[in-house]
Design a protein around this ligand. Structure first.
Ligand code: SAM
Length: 190
């Protein structure tokens, strides 16, 4: 007997990646893999207006406190945060203090975003001896605050950067080290 796949729909398969027609992914999203992670929930949609005196303004202050913006009032936040690498606008924080500073900002972003609002964070990893995977620490902190991760965009900067491997001494590859030719744009939703 012929099966009508349009009516029945596909399911997440135990192996490989087959077609997706009217796909039922419930088994995947209810699997143990998702236990303990923030999950999408049905919530009452609330959007509060931003007072008109605060629209189209630049506030020269820290984003740790955005008291001008009501809760649930912003649809999109895009940032390239300070890197703490000694630029003019940088502090000289320890990694712990730096991540705590950023987390205060992410918490405030969570407050001001509407349900389903997006937060996009442009970040590069730092150093080589050893390499500091800032993006991994930021993803952890964002999940910790209840954000849902929606994906990551790799910004390929290869065409404008120098070769991607440093070999150590001349003719002696004693400590080969990768040089990044990319940055991340991490995408989250509330
Ligand atoms: C990596 S740069 C991003 C530059 C930006 N993409 C641009 O093209 O102008 C980091 C920026 O964060 C700003 N900044 C530093 N500390 C901040 C804070 N506490 N709150 C908000 N912005 C801050 C700096 O002034 C700097 O402009």
């Amino acid at each position: 007997m012929k099966t009508d796949r349009r009516k029945r729909g596909t399911k997440t398969s135990s192996f490989g990646s087959p077609g997706r027609i009217n796909h039922d992914s419930t088994p995947f999203y209810t699997s143990k893999l998702y236990e303990g992670l923030p999950q999408e929930q049905k919530v009452k949609y609330v959007e509060n207006p931003i007072p008109s005196q605060f629209l189209d303004k630049i506030f020269s202050k820290s984003s740790e406190n955005m008291e001008e913006l009501p809760d649930n009032s912003v649809h999109l936040m895009v940032t390239s945060p300070p890197y703490n690498v000694g630029k003019e606008y940088d502090e000289d924080f320890t990694l712990k203090d730096y991540l705590e500073f950023l987390k205060r900002v992410w918490k405030e972003v969570y407050r001001v975003l509407v349900p389903g609002g997006r937060a996009c964070i442009n970040i590069a990893n730092l150093g080589r001896k050893p390499y500091i995977p800032l993006h991994a620490f930021i993803v952890r902190d964002m999940l910790d605050l209840g954000f849902l991760m929606r994906g990551e965009i790799i910004w390929n900067k290869a065409s404008s950067s120098s070769p991607s491997t440093a070999w150590g001494s001349w003719l002696s590859a004693s400590n080969p080290t990768l040089r990044d030719v990319h940055e991340y744009i991490l995408v989250f939703s509330k």
